[in-house]
Ligand binder design. Structure first.
Ligand SMILES: [Zn+2]
Length: 437
């Protein structure tokens, strides 16, 4: 049914161009043969069918043009009317020979997309030109769609009114507001860590990847730069033209040679240590965002789950064992560990928190050896969990760590943990502010 709807306007268009020479069923049959059996792009298929039955392809007018926001990658036969937001030239090597290509950004009123032009165009192309591209194809690269204008495609200049005006400026955002799949962003941040990796790119060629963490006054994000911008730790940079991918639900900012990187004065942003303390999120923000690295949340522990306190792990796989048996490896000699698996609630939402052995020892104020002894004396392993409940339940806490999200919700792996004394004055001021709004 849906398929039929997809063809309907084109069947009608061909029918009109052929003056009823074929029935609608025959036209649909032809269209399917061309597009589905032979993989001919819809636009070319329509022209061929009209020609085959002695009509004039110029009489066709339902176009097969796509808006940029509808291009999701891996599509053939794309036609689009757009504006050249940026264009650059570069030399690459193909079969050991130098080759000139052009790349940049195309835009329309629905969005922007990177493009590569693989052959010298028949007309000179400049930033701001309005063009019609025919028979291009899209693929995805570094998780985002891009347009390729190859030897079978054409590009020609058209009247500028054919594409409505649009804002091609990158969207300025704070790091706490970035979300998966956003494109063409304008982010100002400090690089708090960076490392270079070699990864396999297209065609297995080795590619340099610079990745690390960026921070602004609102939050932090991992970043991936697919081009050597000569970035160093502590630089304050403005990165225009990046896009947001994600890893385990945590948004990551990525950018490549299409991005513009500007180095700013150091005092544009607080020093790294201060930015560290500023990544405080509410749980509802995190749920919308999908997760965060090095995030800080202020919340109350409302529950301690079973599997907290003194636990035993399988020496093979590290899973928590029950009654001396691992779910995968059967009866094993368990290795002791301490942890907290609890629920934190900040009034806007709740998440699961996992606290490791070291931090759990701090909370208990005794170490694992003591925990083992205590449990042995009481002949009850649960006694440690009881201690944790006493120390944690209903306590306001400040917890820091990486937060991932999946189908089960948010999970915070704590790497820092402190009791938060409630600042009465501050709370009172907040309440007053809320009343005033
Ligand atoms: Zn196991």
């Amino acid at each position: 049914m849906q398929e039929k709807e997809k063809f309907a306007p084109h069947v009608e268009d061909i029918n009109r161009a052929l003056n009823g020479k074929l029935s609608e069923e025959q036209i649909e049959e032809e269209l399917r043969t061309y597009t589905e059996r032979y993989g001919v792009p819809l636009g070319s298929a329509k022209r061929s069918i009209v020609k085959k039955y002695e009509g004039n392809p110029q009489d066709l007018y339902t176009n097969t043009e796509k808006s940029i926001e509808d291009i999701i990658g891996d599509e053939q036969g794309l036609d689009l009317k757009c504006r050249i937001v940026s264009i650059n030239e570069k030399e690459i090597e193909v079969d050991d020979k130098p080759k000139q290509i052009w790349y940049g950004i195309l835009g329309d009123d629905t969005g922007t997309i990177p493009f590569t032009l693989w052959e010298e165009p028949s007309i000179e192309l400049n930033k701001g030109d309005t063009v019609k591209v025919e028979n291009a194809y899209a693929n995805t690269w570094n998780e985002k769609p891009q347009i390729n204008i190859g030897s079978r495609a054409s590009i020609k200049e058209i009247d500028s009114d054919e594409v409505p005006d649009f804002e091609s400026e990158a969207q300025k955002l704070d790091l706490k507001d970035i979300r998966e799949n956003m494109r063409n962003l304008d982010i100002t941040a400090r690089i708090t860590s960076i490392e270079k990796k070699i990864v396999n790119g297209r065609d297995d060629e080795e590619k340099e990847l610079f990745s690390g963490i960026i921070a602004d006054e609102t939050g932090k994000a991992q970043f991936s730069a697919w081009h050597d911008f000569d970035l160093s730790e502590d630089d304050v940079v403005r990165i225009k033209g990046g896009y947001v991918g994600s890893w385990r639900g945590i948004p990551q900012y990525s950018f490549d040679e299409n991005a513009e990187v500007e180095f700013l004065d150091d005092d544009e942003l607080s020093p790294s240590e201060e930015l560290d303390d500023l990544s405080v999120y509410t749980i509802s923000d995190l749920a919308k965002r999908g997760g965060a690295i090095d995030a800080v949340i202020d919340a109350v522990m409302i529950d301690i789950k079973s599997g907290s306190g003194l636990i035993f792990r399988c020496p093979e796989c590290g899973r928590v064992i029950q009654k001396g048996a691992c779910r995968v490896h059967g009866k094993v000699e368990g290795e002791p560990d301490l942890r907290v698996k609890g629920i934190l609630d900040d009034g806007t939402g709740a998440l699961t928190v996992i606290v490791n052995r070291e931090l759990t020892e701090d909370i208990l104020d005794y170490d694992m050896e003591k925990a083992m002894e205590t449990a042995k004396d009481a002949m009850n392993q649960e006694i440690i969990k009881d201690d944790l409940e006493e120390k944690l339940i209903a306590q306001p806490l400040r917890v820091k760590g990486n937060i991932t999200s999946d189908d089960y919700g948010l999970m915070l792996i704590a790497n820092d943990f402190e009791y938060k004394s409630i600042d009465v004055e501050e709370e009172a001021r907040k309440m007053l502010d809320e009343v005033r709004v």
